[in-house]
Write a protein that binds this ligand. Structure first.
Ligand code: FNR
Length: 182
């Protein structure tokens, strides 16, 4: 049976490459991963004043993560870190519910630059190492897809064979890891 994965896209841009990448994965790995996207776009700004009673956008997002069997992060890089909208969604997950705790997870990311969001992903790993977040994160298997705009066609399929082969291997590794730690 396919693993029920909630994908958290770190971009709130309509034409996001990270969103396109996850949609590509949704098709390519159908049958292995059942990917549902949890959008960060409607998650209200976190405030400790409302944390006990999260508003609808935040609550919907939290429940999609909480009810998933596994989580996939797809992150771009903004100013050497993760986008603020993603940090806001993560702050919500760390309060009233601890939605991410112990959830088998893996991280991918892409950017138009050559580094493929490496600094954002390193920062994300540090952020989610907080004891209130701490998913069971797939070790190794770091996916930095640089120059993403040259690796997709107009149908938003990943066309770079080496990247596709690498992503295939990471997904297989994640499935093995999931079955060990779930
Ligand atoms: C960026 N971008 C970027 N890229 C990078 O490699 N390092 C960086 O520090 C930044 N900083 C940055 C800040 C801001 C405010 C923006 C809008 C963009 C480029 C960014 O990673 C690129 O546009 C990605 O394609 C955005 O991801 P999505 O929206 O395509 O998923």
């Amino acid at each position: 049976m396919a693993i029920k994965v909630t994908a958290i896209i770190g971009s709130n841009r309509k034409e996001s490459y990270n969103l396109k990448l996850v949609n590509y994965m949704k098709n390519r790995y159908a049958g292995k991963l059942d990917i549902e996207i949890a959008s960060i776009n409607d998650v209200e700004m976190f405030s400790a004043d409302i944390e006990e009673n999260p508003p609808k956008g935040a609550m919907d997002f939290k429940l999609k993560v909480r009810n998933a069997e596994a989580v996939l992060f797809a992150v771009p890089e903004y100013n050497f870190s993760i986008p603020g909208a993603l940090k806001n969604a993560i702050d919500w997950m760390s309060r009233s519910g601890l939605d991410l705790l112990g959830k088998p997870s893996f991280i991918i990311g892409s950017s138009m630059g050559v580094l493929g969001s490496v600094r954002a992903q390193m920062h994300l790993r540090e952020i989610i190492s907080n004891p209130k977040l701490q998913p069971k994160l797939l070790p190794g298997n770091e996916v930095y897809i640089g120059a993403i705009h040259t690796k997709m066609n107009e149908q938003n399929d990943l066309t770079d064979e080496a990247t596709v082969a690498f992503l295939d291997s990471v997904v297989e590794n994640f499935i093995k890891y999931y079955n060990e730690v779930k």
